[in-house]
Design a protein around this ligand. Structure first.
Ligand code: C2E
Ligand code: CA
Ligand code: CA
Length: 880
């Protein structure tokens, strides 16, 4: 017991210094105490910088060292590696001690053979007389047995907690975070057996990508005795991914040292996918995000979670056609190539899965028969496999497909399947919502009874149309249509009949309207038409047309209805520049119409009203004039410049109204065209001209040919060639005695029958003359397409001939064109000698105009013909 080292301690015990009274008794007592300590406790002494100065027998025995081995060695010799200097625990201890404060606690130390020695220790600093730190004395007892017992108890505890049958995976590590135990649940989940991973660190093993900060946090939580939660994508042995929740529970001994961690790992893949995708998706849905954007978000999330996947979502419309909704990682042209594809039994993965209503896995696009027609779209993009899952609505319809493309030949794994399970539900929801939204849209913007746009849609569309009209400086008309006697119908015949009548009215209004026209129902029996590119005249025509359509007898149930309406018209921009104003004014005009006369229409502006009424009156008069053959034909002579001979006459329609007097064809011809009378008028002119020719012939009056003007609309009559042939036969005229004057406008209205009619007429031997040549679009391409034998230089060029060089150049050009195409060129509107001289110089063949004669009634023409010779001589026509 009294060995050199121990005596060294006894020689200079701190105790003596603290209790020194100098008495022999006191010293003896202290020596007794020290002996007792020396026998029962382990004692060691260190220099202030942590070097062993000595140790007693108990200490040396416990650690298995000889005194020579220990003296002069650092304190670390007996410390576990983790406590070595440089590590904070060791540094902290010595910092405390060097500051002169004692330390007590349970510490782990290591014996010479590596065995852990647990000490209940007190380190006490000792000082010299001046208070200088002299040494550190450690007095401890070996509590290894107790600690071992406690640790095995805690081990039993967690083993009993960690039942192998639990579905959750359990990992137990030692205090150094090394795996010492895993349960069967762990092996099932991750595929590793304990012997493969013993000693590995669980986080590095399962969550290799985790950030260092997370690991640090886990360690400090555990050291502080707090459980730590971690939600991460983990990897199993075979590379499978799961979303796991890991709760790391620290197990500390009674002294607060971490001895184990017990981690419970639960698969939360589904929950996490829901959280990431569903929550985001539902949030987007709640925010009314457009479906395409939601689909895009889903694809992006999927690709973030599963970077090896290229995803795409297609919708399927009611005709079974597929439309690209989202494919954020695929080029635009890929989606375009698939757009409109019809689903079918062999239409790639998506078309086929939509067709079958079941998933389609194609592990090799290159060779799979389903992909024969589409492989060339996918392969160049490096897409080698494709798995498509139908998106099925709650009603059981396939509304879309969700595809995973892979860059390698493979099939989906469990994780992918779970991912898609979550996504297709959301997609179905989003697509159904979209359909519902469209339905709501329809309910919100369309009138359920007539299916016409309701007030709000009508106003919105009208605003757009008005903006367009303002931009293009084109007119626009608003017609406010209010059915007459509708209340009466409703009250006497009931609402069902009333509804039917409204539907009929809606159909009538829509009849013959252009696609750009907007028709809506405001309320009750009020309808509105917004007509772009429609001026006052045109609006009046349409109002009339509406009346005609409505007035056709319609059977509803047992009753035949003849409807009528009062129509108010306002015009953009004259009556207003926004739809509210235009609508209000059309409404006012409608009341006007209703008050004045049932079944009529009225313009908002007085001036328009007057013009419209006048036009209406004129139209009625013209209709009557044509029916009652009140029109006359005048004839204007045409003279050949070469010899002064009569070339022919142009027949020009004249209308003398008993009250209004002489009405110019410039006015009534367009009117006849607008109100559908031009066909009748043209036929009358043809017949009258032929009759006159026959009459002249029978009286020996030489008029070689009559030229009749026909409007483009006249050629819509497919019977025209036959009618002409009949007329020629009836009046025994040769075809050369009739010329038809046409304008290039005949080609502009796009009527398919026109060219055929013209050819047929030409084939009869009737010649065609191109009227008003040089105006309009002119002209060479039209000349090639129309088989004309005569050109009529427009009178506007003749008028300007003397003073305008361009006009002269143009007339020159026309005569050259005529010559080269071997056409007779007629100059019309020749009013004076100067014009005549110029035309003669340029080589014109035929002239017509006031210089020779105004258009004349037949008897006057005959008189003119008889007396023309002196006139011609005075003009020196035919004298060269
Ligand atoms: P247009 O076919 O170019 O007819 C020539 C017009 O020029 C005639 O006017 C004629 O009176 C006028 N005119 C003749 N010589 C002179 C002149 O020296 N100076 C001036 N300033 N004018 C002259 P009108 O008879 O008023 O006819 C106007 C237009 O009405 C015609 O132009 C023609 O396009 C159309 N039209 C006339 N009759 C008919 C018809 O029976 N059927 C069709 N479809 N259109 C007709
Ligand atoms: Ca003419
Ligand atoms: Ca003309």
């Amino acid at each position: 017991m009294t060995e050199p080292v121990s005596s060294d301690i006894r020689n200079r015990p701190l105790v003596t210094q603290r209790h020194a009274s100098g008495s022999a008794e006191a010293l003896a007592e202290i020596r007794d105490h020290l002996d007792a300590i020396d026998r029962s406790m382990m004692v060691a002494r260190f220099s202030p910088d942590g070097v062993f100065l000595g140790a007693n027998t108990l200490f040396l025995n416990s650690f298995g060292y000889a005194i020579e081995e220990i003296a002069g060695a650092p304190h670390e010799l007996v410390c576990p590696v983790k406590h070595h200097s440089g590590l904070s625990a060791h540094q902290d201890l010595w910092r405390v001690l060097r500051s002169g404060r004692p330390y007590s606690g349970l510490v782990e130390r290591v014996a010479r053979d590596g065995r852990a020695v647990w000490l209940e220790v007190t380190y006490a600093p000792t000082f010299d007389q001046t208070g200088q730190l002299l040494s550190i004395l450690s007095i401890s007892s070996d509590v290894s047995l107790r600690v071992e017992r406690e640790r095995s108890e805690s081990k039993r505890l967690w083993q009993s907690l960690v039942v192998d049958e639990t579905d959750s995976a359990v990992i137990v590590t030692d205090g150094q975070w090394r795996i010492v135990y895993v349960n069967a649940g762990f092996t099932r989940m991750f595929g590793y057996h304990l012997d493969e991973i013993h000693g590995r660190r669980p986080i590095a093993l399962l969550v290799p990508h985790v950030k260092p900060a997370v690991i640090e946090e886990a360690i400090s939580s555990a050291n502080a005795g707090r459980p730590f939660r971690l939600e991460e994508l983990t990897f199993a042995k075979d590379g499978q991914r799961f979303w796991n929740k890991m709760i790391i529970n620290p197990v500390r001994d009674t002294h607060g040292l971490l001895v184990n961690t017990v981690s419970v790992v639960t698969d939360i893949t589904e929950a996490k996918m829901h959280e990431v995708i569903h929550h985001k998706g539902l949030d987007a849905l709640a925010r009314e995000t457009p479906v395409v954007q939601i689909m895009d978000m889903i694809c992006q999330e999927v690709e973030r979670i599963s970077p090896e996947v290229v995803s795409s979502i297609l919708s399927v419309d009611e005709n079974g056609r597929m439309h690209a909704l989202a494919a954020p990682s695929l080029p635009e042209k890929f989606s375009r190539a698939l757009d409109g594809l019809v689903m079918g039994p062999a239409s790639g993965s998506c078309g086929t899965s939509a067709f079958r209503g079941a998933e389609v896995v194609v592990t090799d696009i290159e060779t799979d028969p389903l992909w024969v027609d589409f492989a060339q779209i996918a392969l160049p993009l490096g897409l080698k496999a494709c798995w498509s899952t139908p998106i099925i609505s709650s009603k059981g319809h396939v509304v879309g497909t969700f595809a995973f493309y892979y860059r390698e030949k493979r099939e989906p794994d469990v994780f992918h399947r779970r991912l898609v399970d979550v996504c297709v539900n959301l997609c179905a929801l989003a697509l159904e919502r979209e359909a519902a939204r469209a339905e709501i849209q329809k309910l919100a913007f369309y009138d359920a009874l007539t299916e016409l746009p309701n007030r709000s849609l009508l106003l919105a569309k009208a605003e757009q149309a008005i903006a367009g009209a303002a931009r293009d400086s084109t007119p626009l008309a608003v017609l406010f249509v209010d059915l007459d006697r509708f209340k009466q119908i409703n009250d006497t015949l009931g609402h069902t009949v009333g509804d039917d009548v409204l539907r009929l009215a809606a159909q009538s209004l829509a009849q013959g309207r252009r696609s750009s026209d907007i028709i809506g129902r405001l309320a009750g029996d009020e309808f509105v038409l917004v007509l772009p590119q429609c001026d006052g005249n045109h609006a009046a025509d349409i109002a009339e047309q509406i009346q005609i359509n409505l007035s056709r007898p319609q059977r509803v149930g047992d009753v035949t209805h003849v409807l009528s309406a009062s129509i108010g018209i306002s015009l953009f921009p004259e009556n207003g520049e926004d739809i509210e104003t235009l609508l209000r004014r059309a409404d006012i005009a409608m009341y006007e119409a209703k008050a004045s006369q049932r079944g009529g229409f009225s313009f908002f502006s007085n001036e328009m009203n007057l013009r419209a009424q006048e036009r209406l009156a004129l139209e009625a008069a013209l209709r009557q004039a044509i029916r009652e053959k009140q029109l006359r034909l005048f004839y204007q002579p045409q003279i050949r410049l070469a010899d002064g001979a009569i070339y022919g006459v142009e027949a020009l329609a004249r209308w003398h109204h008993p009250v209004l007097g002489e009405i110019s064809p410039v006015r009534f011809i367009p009117l006849a065209e607008d109100c559908g009378l031009i066909g009748e008028l043209g036929l009358w002119v043809l017949e009258e001209a032929c009759r006159q020719m026959a009459a002249w012939r029978s009286r020996g009056i030489d008029v070689p040919v009559v030229a009749v003007n026909l409007s483009p609309t006249n050629f819509h009559n497919v019977d025209l060639p036959d009618i002409i042939a009949d007329l020629l036969q009836r009046f025994a005229l040769s075809p050369q005695q009739l010329t038809l004057e046409i304008t290039e406008n005949v080609l502009l209205d796009g009527n398919v029958g026109t060219l055929a009619s013209i050819d047929d007429i030409r084939d009869l031997g009737v010649r065609l003359s191109m009227d008003d040549f040089g105006t309009g679009y002119s002209s060479l391409s039209y000349l090639r397409r129309l088989p004309v034998s005569e050109l009529k230089l427009d009178k506007s060029f003749v008028r300007d001939l003397q003073h305008d060089q361009t006009a002269r150049a143009l007339s020159e050009a026309v005569i050259r064109i005529g010559e080269s195409l071997q056409l007779v060129v007629v100059a019309e509107g020749v009013e004076d000698q100067a014009q005549l001289n110029l035309l003669k110089q340029q080589g014109f063949h035929v002239i017509q105009g006031f210089l020779l004669s105004r258009p004349l009634a037949a008897p006057a023409l005959e008189a003119w013909l008889a007396k023309r010779q002196p006139l011609l001589e005075a003009m020196s026509v035919g004298s060269f």
